[in-house]
Design a protein around this ligand. Structure first.
Ligand code: NAX
Length: 327
């Protein structure tokens, strides 16, 4: 039997953790032949709740689950880890300014990046879910200089999946018929969900979509979907976010479908005019365990302005954390 893959989940006692851990245990993330050892990182006040979740994982009797360790020490949590899912973050509290939020999260993601640098396996792959996800990923990446920068990613797969589903619902087609949608920029309200290159059953989607639907319904509907979920459910997206984590890591490790792409935020190589190093969402493919930004797409004026606006926000966040000495 194979050596288990070590997967670290931070914020494991939170609501995304609760949905995510059982999907991992069931083998949905790495495939049905890959045993997994889980490491749960939580803050001391939440360790007891994490232990409760671990008891339920035991009760799942998952054949692929080789063990569950729980700790509040990042060095222990990331020791030998192959896949690090950074879900736990500091939420914005009442009266908290954006600078306070960035600083509080810098205090989490800087040390976690340093612990990954010091302790993780050579092949470590990192996905940041905790918000502000792109900039938290940038902070962690800068604290792990010997890990290839491209191993640090932030999650825009939930936004991508929301976009796929919204197009499919609008046109009355199965989700599987929709391909080549893209999320550009920041995982925030400035993100740009792009249908310019989208296909429906292999044909250009644009031919079947009104410009006004795209601009007045689709784009704001995807960008504000998180708020709509909170309004309806009384809590932020959790199971859908966990499902997007599963999709992101599965595609990263096993590869994207031929002819299609997905979306992920990763350090820019300068593609599409996005400043190098900025953790920005792009259309991407994965092969051999590495993401590649889809090259050579035509960017029209509307898309250019939307991408630039979201990138400008990422630059502001980067400059703010630099000014705070967090990177
Ligand atoms: P919860 O508040 O339910 O859980 C967060 C957990 O993180 C808590 O149990 C807390 O104790 C823990 N935590 C806090 N600081 C920690 C630290 N330093 N080390 C380890 N654990 C720590 O939030 P949940 O709904 O699970 O959401 C988690 C994060 O995902 C939030 O930042 C949220 O904004 C973000 N999201 C990101 C999404 C994305 O698409 N990128 C979508 C879903 C979600 O909103």
């Amino acid at each position: 039997s194979r050596t288990p893959v070590t997967v670290t989940v931070t914020g494991a006692a939170g609501q995304i953790g609760y949905a995510l851990l059982f999907r991992i245990g069931a083998g949905d993330m790495l495939g049905p032949d890959v045993p997994v050892r889980l490491r749960l990182l939580e803050i001391p006040q939440a360790l007891k709740a994490a232990e409760g979740t671990a008891m339920e994982l035991d009760d799942g009797a998952f054949p692929l689950l080789a063990g569950v360790d729980i700790t509040h020490d990042a060095r222990v949590a990331f020791d030998g880890t192959n896949i690090a899912l950074l879900v736990g973050a500091r939420p914005r509290g009442p009266g908290m300014e954006r600078g306070d939020l960035l600083e509080a999260n810098g205090g989490i993601f800087g040390p976690q990046g340093a612990a990954i640098e010091a302790a993780a396996a050579d092949d470590v792959r990192v996905l940041v879910v905790g918000n502000p996800a792109n900039t938290n990923a940038l902070i962690a990446q800068r604290h792990a200089p010997s890990v290839p920068a491209g191993r640090f990613t932030a999650m825009t797969r939930l936004d991508h999946n929301r976009a796929l589903s919204r197009v499919a619902g609008h046109l009355g087609v199965p989700v599987a018929d929709v391909s080549r949608v893209a999320i550009w920029g920041n995982h925030s309200a400035t993100q740009y969900p792009d249908l310019t290159h989208a296909l429906v059953a292999g044909e250009p989607a644009a031919a079947r979509l009104d410009r006004s639907w795209i601009e007045d319904d689709f784009i704001p509907g995807v960008a504000k979907r998180g708020a709509a979920i909170i309004e309806a459910r009384g809590a932020s997206s959790a199971a859908s976010a966990a499902s997007a984590v599963i999709d992101h890591v599965r595609d990263w490790t096993l590869g994207t479908a031929p002819g299609d792409w997905t979306s992920a935020a990763l350090p820019s190589d300068g593609s599409y005019g996005v400043p190098e190093g900025l953790v920005c969402s792009f259309p991407v493919t994965a092969e051999g365990g590495e993401w590649r930004i889809v090259p050579g797409l035509d960017i029209d004026d509307f898309s250019r302005a939307r991408i630039d606006a979201s990138v400008a926000e990422l630059i502001e966040e980067r400059d703010a954390v630099a000014a705070l000495g967090l990177i």
